[in-house]
Design a protein around this ligand. Structure first.
Ligand code: G6P
Length: 369
């Protein structure tokens, strides 16, 4: 087993550190920034139809559902397609409305999650075109779908998903960009910019991983926290949800993710000097608004850890701890901003003596209802 862990203390840490490679593998042979080309073999016969889709419904569970939420922002912003993101377990029991021209896309690392599989079967019966984004080749979901795209992240052993999540988001970004190009909702300049930003992700993730020791130091100060709040806006709202889920799963600390602006409708009541609040505060279209949310938390003595872009002294001077990541296209920031949150959860869980690879009560793949 220690050989399989490749010198890392846990599979989860190994998988976090594999991300420059797994994201690169996911794009290999599919995305070429130099020739300005994206080709997703599995979707060749469906791309044109997808560009005409009236609606896309993502069905998924857990971390894969969070990837679906990132997908919602990607498809709506770039391809101007109406998107819904459904918990597979809810969708399947709700007599969902499926119309002609709807695409139902399952997102699943294992390709075996019982609820996701059942949701897909139902969508198929109702006449939707069903696609899959799976990691495990030949899995039940991959076999059931009309077409799909594998994430090629390699086997994920840690129960808490890390590299499979970033690979799912990478696939979603590639499909959204290809669909937008086919549909003409982005111009050539934007298309090329997105492709080169995507191609730069593995290198940027590599850079973020160098912050591991700093993040471990921050983790030491929060090891005994009993609660955490994660806040983000726009496409980084799902990153906040995923950050909170990761921490819950492996450290057993109660954590909630919220869209930053919703804070004033509830979570703000929880803020005092004992409440750590993690903000994703990268320089994107909601930056100014997030900055004022940070001020609100600081005014109530909350302790703030912020994910910021390199050189952002404004937020750096305002918060207790800043984790600086490279800038990128707004639509691609989730691939970068989620990495420090994985490391934060990992270190806190290890410091608390948790079994990070196999947290209590959780299973890697939930094949029963
Ligand atoms: C379980 C795992 C999660 C995963 C979820 C969905 O809860 O512990 O890590 O996100 O199932 O799994 P799937 O294989 O469908 O992505």
């Amino acid at each position: 087993e220690s050989i399989e862990k490749g010198g890392f203390e846990h599979f989860m840490l190994k998988e976090i550190f594999e991300q420059p490679k797994s994201i690169g593998d996911c794009m290999r042979g599919r995305l070429n920034a130099e020739t300005a080309h994206i080709q997703l073999g599995g979707l060749i016969n469906h791309l044109e139809k997808l560009a005409k889709a009236k609606r896309i419904v993502f069905v998924a569970c857990g971390t894969s559902w969070h990837a679906g939420l990132v997908g919602e922002y990607l498809f709506e912003e770039l391809a101007r397609i109406n998107v819904e993101v459904e918990y597979a377990s809810e969708f399947r029991y709700r007599n969902p409305i499926i119309k002609e021209g709807d695409f139902v896309i399952a997102i699943s690392q294992s390709g075996e999650t019982a609820d996701t599989l059942a949701a897909l079967e139902l969508a198929k019966q109702k006449g939707a075109t069903i696609l899959g984004i799976c990691n495990v080749v030949g899995s039940s979901i991959a076999r059931l779908t009309d077409a799909g795209v594998y994430t090629h992240a390699g086997p994920e052993i840690g129960v808490a998903s890390t590299k499979a999540f970033t690979a799912q988001v990478t696939v979603l970004a590639m499909i959204a960009i290809a669909t937008a190009k086919a549909k003409g909702t982005i111009d050539e300049g934007e298309y090329r910019r997105l492709l080169s930003e995507m191609a730069a992700v593995p290198q940027k993730v590599e850079e973020i991983l160098k912050l591991d020791a700093d993040i471990k130091d921050i983790s030491k100060l929060f090891t005994f926290a009993s609660n955490f709040i994660f806040l983000g806006r726009g496409i980084n709202f799902p990153v906040a949800l995923e950050g909170a889920l990761k921490l819950k799963e492996i450290s057993y600390i109660h954590a909630e993710g919220y869209p930053a602006a919703e804070m004033k409708h509830g979570p703000i009541a929880l803020i005092d000097e004992d409440m750590p609040v993690v903000f994703i505060a990268t320089k994107d279209s909601s930056y100014e608004k997030v900055v004022s949310n940070i001020q609100e938390v600081k005014a109530r003595k909350g302790r703030v850890i912020a994910i910021i872009n390199h050189g952002d002294t404004e937020v750096k001077n305002m918060v207790d701890f800043a984790i600086e990541i490279p800038t990128s296209h707004e639509m691609i920031t989730p691939l970068l901003a989620s990495i420090p949150l994985q490391l934060l959860s990992y270190h806190i869980a290890v410091l608390r003596g948790r079994n990070v690879d196999q947290p209590r009560n959780l299973a890697k793949s939930v094949t029963v209802e």
